[in-house]
Ligand binder design. Sequence first.
Ligand SMILES: Cc1cc2nc3c(=O)[nH]c(=O)nc-3n(C[C@H](O)[C@H](O)[C@H](O)COP(=O)(O)OP(=O)(O)OC[C@H]3O[C@@H](n4cnc5c(N)ncnc54)[C@H](O)[C@@H]3O)c2cc1C
Length: 312
Amino acid sequence: MMGNILVYSDNNNYACELLSAAHNIAPDLGLSVKALSINNDDQAERLVLRCIEAYRIKDEAIQIADTAAVASAISQAVKQIDAPVILLSSNRRGKELAGRLAYIIDGGCLTDVGGLRINEGKLCCQRNALGGATVATQVIESESKVIAIIPKVYDMMAEGGKGTITDIAVEAEPSGITVVEVMPKVKDSVDIEAAEVLVVVGQGLESQDDLPMVENMAKTLKGEIACTKPVATDKRWLSEERIIGLSGKKCNPDLAILLGISGQVQFTVGIRDAKTIISVNTDENANIMTMSDYRMVADIKDVVPELVQKLG
Ligand SMILES: Cc1cc2nc3c(=O)[nH]c(=O)nc-3n(C[C@H](O)[C@H](O)[C@H](O)COP(=O)(O)OP(=O)(O)OC[C@H]3O[C@@H](n4cnc5c(N)ncnc54)[C@H](O)[C@@H]3O)c2cc1C
């Protein structure tokens, strides 16, 4: 292979993580690492501190939220920079961008990639398969490869040296989308990955009115409350920052109390490393029971108030 690995994310931290990923594989592929920033001077400055040749596109006609326009801009940059491998971040916008970009440059595309390896000169991508039950190694055979990497898999590349910034021009191709307003996402400040005790609720919790009872239990145990995906994304009772599993956080607390959770593999991949797991479920045959250290076949509503009383 000849040419460059091009790294792009509109998120500054993710772009620095992608630099680490690129540097891990570049020598074995005989490629150099380049980075691209679009309408983000601050990012370009951060990238060159990592001793990188950064390319900068400055064009107000390209809105970052207009993924089609960004994909078009990157495709033009890819030609100018000669990059057979493009690394993006596998967040929501990055995944959409990956598909659009691969289509334009007639390349292959993989998203949700959890690691990159070189095997017999081939770039191998590791991805969760069968809902997270196993890890599959996949190779893009086409010459152009667009790979979106899961955020936080790689550490951000450390600063060291001073690279160069080169401005490049592309023809902006806005898709017709009008961005009316940009608002910062309302974030929950909780860090469930750091918690030693987690009380995790699933859809077995009947009503949102029962949440304070569970929050009280978490507080009594000096822990945090977390949840399965549907509790956050469908019911919207808790923030998405509290989801455990394949599309959420991977946690390894000392104690995890799981309330009304069936134990689908997409959830269990995020909690299987907990030291002690206690499950409360009305169904004695629920999957979660097989991976729990202690099992209570009971109704959450009966168990939680009694436990809080005994613990308090
Ligand atoms: C690509 C993909 C990614 C996904 N990623 C995630 C992820 O990251 N995290 C995640 O959690 N899910 C994820 N899912 C969804 C996952 O497959 C399951 O649908 C989800 O985990 C089920 O959530 P649950 O256990 O809360 O609900 P359910 O499966 O509905 O289980 C509810 C449980 O509560 C019990 N119950 C009912 N009433 C009571 C009561 N009163 N007291 C006690 N127990 C009771 C029931 O017996 C049942 O076992 C993903 C799915 C896909 C396809």
